[in-house]
Design a protein around this ligand. Structure first.
Ligand SMILES: [Zn+2]
Length: 131
């Protein structure tokens, strides 16, 4: 694809679209159900979760709050905090539902892109395994 020659998921950073602080790397991103979550253990330090007063429960997940950029001067909404549930309704994974429109994808210092849909991101984002 034009402009991404030689790039793999691991070489593309995801920055807050508003303040351009590093949030995570596309190589950490995983699909889980309909969500795009992240297995980067360090991401917790770079985001803030504002819990909802009441969780929203769905068949295989519950949304528990909003994810915001961890830069206190910014606070851009980055997505939702999601608990993934098994068929008994027990939490199997505390994860995220990142909103693709909240990020700037940094391919290089001079090449940054924004996308309206995850499927338009020209990089491999595999499904979460083992849970
Ligand atoms: Zn920000």
């Amino acid at each position: 694809m034009a402009g991404v020659a030689g790039q793999t998921s691991d070489t593309v950073d995801m920055l807050c679209k508003e303040c351009h602080v590093y949030i995570t790397n596309v190589g950490h991103m995983r699909k889980k159900g309909s969500q795009f979550t992240c297995k980067d253990p360090g991401v917790k330090q770079r985001i803030a979760v504002v819990s909802y007063q009441k969780k929203n429960r769905y068949r295989d997940s519950e949304t528990i709050g909003e994810i915001k950029c961890g830069n206190p001067a910014c606070g851009q909404k980055l997505g939702i905090a999601v608990n993934f549930l098994d068929s008994d309704g027990d939490v199997t994974l505390k994860g995220y539902g990142f909103s693709v429109k909240s990020f700037c994808f940094k391919f290089s210092e001079t090449h940054k892109e924004m996308y309206k849909q995850w499927k338009k991101v020209p990089l491999d984002i595999p499904f979460m395994e083992g849970i």
